[in-house]
Design a binder for this molecule. Structure first.
Ligand code: FEH
Ligand code: ZN
Ligand code: ZN
Length: 355
């Protein structure tokens, strides 16, 4: 049987749209029919050779943000998994080794020996993906979520969730706290919602360079929106004081990662404040040492999310507590949309479908 796949045959070249054999599955794997695949910045970075250290064999199929249905179940998949042909599922991203320190505590997404769909022969930019059965979450019939809403939750909608949980655990959220969401790309639109849902009454301030994205952030629950385009740190501080009466953030979830974005966010971080970086736009962090130490600030990195995090996100979505900002992409347009991703040209998440 054949399937459509948009595949890499080398770095820095367009994906080749081709018809290839549907993968065979191992006994403990499930064949997932991909109904939607979120398009992540990491995908164009992969194509552009940011991850050459992975020594990717070609052809390779990008796409690590996958929702779909079960097309076949391997003979060795335990009945206790409850997985059956036709079930609606999402794919958990980080397939850990199961033995290392990180995997033993359930943080498979930061396993040093893990595998990720979309970083090898199969990924969401192909119509079928073989998935080890333990990396699937079954939705159950009692939900009305569409595949194009589910797919982004496995990465864009998961990554800021884990990051805000870290800020929660740091004890910097609550009714007297100001929580900033820095950057309103695919991750930031979910971050604003979690900032309201998880922060115990924090005042949520959204920072971005686009009035269109800020307007959506307001719709998604931000209490205050500030356009930071072309502004100095002092000008943003003045805006913050005007809007909130205070000139600092107690907590920041940074969904950008650009050097100037981190510079702004940390420059406005309060004493004992906590900063959590989840965005990967930049390459390096350049922040003054003395304030970080003398004001006892905490800087967290947070990567993707684990099985428990994703299960919690799916439950929030099933209860209708998450709004979705989706741009449907046709398979034929995948290369054009990777170019648009490079230019941060999407408002919300681009999602590849095979309709
Ligand atoms: C996934 C795999 C490798 C690098 C970065 C990522 C992120 O897109 C996960 O959110
Ligand atoms: Zn990603
Ligand atoms: Zn491991």
């Amino acid at each position: 049987m054949k399937m459509r796949a948009a595949r890499m045959h080398g770095y820095k070249q367009p994906l080749v749209l081709e018809e290839v054999e549907v993968p065979k599955i191992l006994p403990t794997e499930v064949l997932v029919h991909v109904e939607a695949a979120g398009m992540c910045r990491t995908d164009f970075q992969l194509v552009d050779g940011y991850f050459t250290a992975l020594d990717l064999p070609f052809p390779a199929t990008p796409g690590h943000e996958i929702a779909g249905s079960i097309a076949a179940v391997g003979a060795g998949v335990p009945a206790a998994s409850g997985l059956a042909k036709g079930d609606q599922v999402v794919v958990v991203g980080g397939w850990g080794c199961g033995e290392c320190d990180q995997c033993r505590v359930g943080n498979h997404q930061i396993c040093g020996k893990g595998r990720w769909p979309g970083f090898g022969l199969y990924g969401g930019y192909g119509e079928y993906v073989p998935v080890p059965y333990q990396w699937l979450i079954r939705l159950g019939s009692e939900n009305n979520l569409k595949p194009e809403e589910l797919a982004p939750l496995t990465d864009a909608g998961l990554t800021p969730y884990r990051g805000i949980k870290k800020l929660q655990q740091a004890g910097v959220l609550g009714p007297n706290s100001i929580l900033a969401v820095n950057g309103l790309g695919g991750l930031g639109m979910y971050a604003v919602q979690y900032a309201k849902l998880l922060s115990g009454g924090s005042l949520v301030v959204a920072l971005a360079r686009s009035d269109e994205k800020l307007a959506i952030a307001k719709e998604f629950g931000a209490d205050v929106i500030i356009n930071v385009k072309g502004k100095t740190l002092d000008q943003v501080r003045k805006d913050l004081i005007r809007e909130t009466g205070r000139g600092e953030f107690n907590a920041v979830i940074d969904c950008s990662g650009a050097e100037e974005s981190i510079g702004l966010g940390t420059g406005l971080l309060a004493t004992s404040g906590a900063y959590c970086s989840v965005g990967l736009v930049g390459n390096r962090i350049n922040i003054p040492l003395f304030p970080l130490v003398a004001r006892e600030q905490t800087f967290y990195g947070s990567f993707w999310g684990n099985y428990v995090d994703l299960s919690e996100v799916i439950e929030l979505a099933k209860k209708g507590q998450i709004k979705h900002q989706i741009n449907i992409v046709r398979f034929e347009d995948v290369n054009d949309c990777l170019d648009r991703l490079r230019d941060s040209d999407f408002v919300g998440r681009a999602v590849l479908t095979y309709k």
